[in-house]
Design a protein around this ligand. Structure first.
Ligand code: PMP
Length: 287
């Protein structure tokens, strides 16, 4: 099926959607993005994604080309036009396309940001079989830039990390800096010890996951303890359970790290419960 996508105010077939070769997203990864899940035709955590988008734009001195209300309208219209029940909406805003290549930012008065949105249809997104079996991760050195809190499209290294994991027969990679886990290639990383959930504290070193914020809130409400601190791969291998969170995988158990089983090597009860709570509560609050 030909998707209907959104480019700078217009809805059109994906085959007709065009962006300039001078677009700074294309030439310089000068762009930010968000991915919002759709479950049952409704948007999960839309507000959180809209707020983080605004922050990313501010941090990069990029103009805000579209209001939150308009953005919600575009998301809903794309869900409707593409008949999405379960899936994702990808949104990207770049600094736009000046008519040449230059390291200096273009004048925002004459060069307007490029706004692109498209849907990804994923029937049964919340019923992924991997949630029952858990995933396997490898560890790799984190060599990304120092502003990982800004959600930019500089995804080459995370993409290479996924390929390294695939080559090793695993599903994903956890990145390690100065001996401590930062995050997964496209998700936040957690371990569980007893009743305690341990995850790295927020800083410029990691993306401030929208799912992370919700899961930590639900965990506390469910009387689980939350400790925001650094942990090592060795500590993770020795934990009772481990998991990742992201907008498209929700809460996904991790059962093996660098070949060592985590806990029993099977999906544990707390990660399972957190996934259920997250999905229940987020679907209830979906708009
Ligand atoms: N960390 C990184 C590096 C990511 O790319 C993502 C997903 N985009 C996350 C964490 C999870 O963030 P969220 O829960 O907002 O999807």
């Amino acid at each position: 099926m030909t998707r209907t996508v959104y480019v700078n105010g217009t809805y059109l077939p994906e085959t007709e959607a065009k962006v300039s070769i001078f677009d700074r997203g294309f030439l310089m990864a000068d762009a930010v993005y968000e991915v919002t899940s759709v479950l049952g035709g409704k948007l999960i955590d839309f507000d959180g994604h809209a707020v983080r988008l605004e922050r990313s734009l501010n941090e990069l001195d990029m103009p805000h080309p579209i209001s939150k209300e308009e953005l919600l309208e575009v998301h809903r219209e794309l869900v409707r036009l593409n008949d999405i029940t379960d899936g994702m909406i990808y949104l990207q805003i770049s600094r736009g396309a000046p008519n040449d290549r230059d390291f200096v930012f273009p004048d925002p008065e004459t060069t307007k940001p490029t706004v692109v949105l498209f849907t990804q249809n994923k029937p049964g997104l919340a019923n992924s079989p991997a949630a029952k079996t858990g995933i396997k991760v490898i560890s790799i050195e984190d060599v990304r830039w120092g502003r990982r809190d800004i959600k930019t499209v500089q995804l080459l290294y995370p993409s290479m990390g996924k390929m390294m994991a695939k080559k090793a027969g695993c599903d994903d990679a956890w990145m390690v800096e100065d001996g401590f886990v930062t995050e997964g290639t496209s998700n936040n990383a957690y371990i569980i010890k007893g009743n305690k959930i341990i995850t790295r504290a927020l800083s410029n070193d990691i993306l401030h996951g929208i799912t992370r914020a919700a899961v930590l809130r639900f965990a506390q409400e469910a009387q689980m303890e939350v400790e925001e601190r650094n942990f090592t791969i060795a500590e993770a291998q020795d934990a009772d359970e481990a998991f990742i969170t992201s907008a498209s995988t929700f809460v996904m158990p991790v059962v093996e790290i660098d070949g060592a089983a985590v806990g029993t090597g099977a999906v544990g009860p707390l990660a399972t419960r957190l996934r259920e709570i997250y999905l229940d509560e987020s679907i209830k609050a979906a708009i």
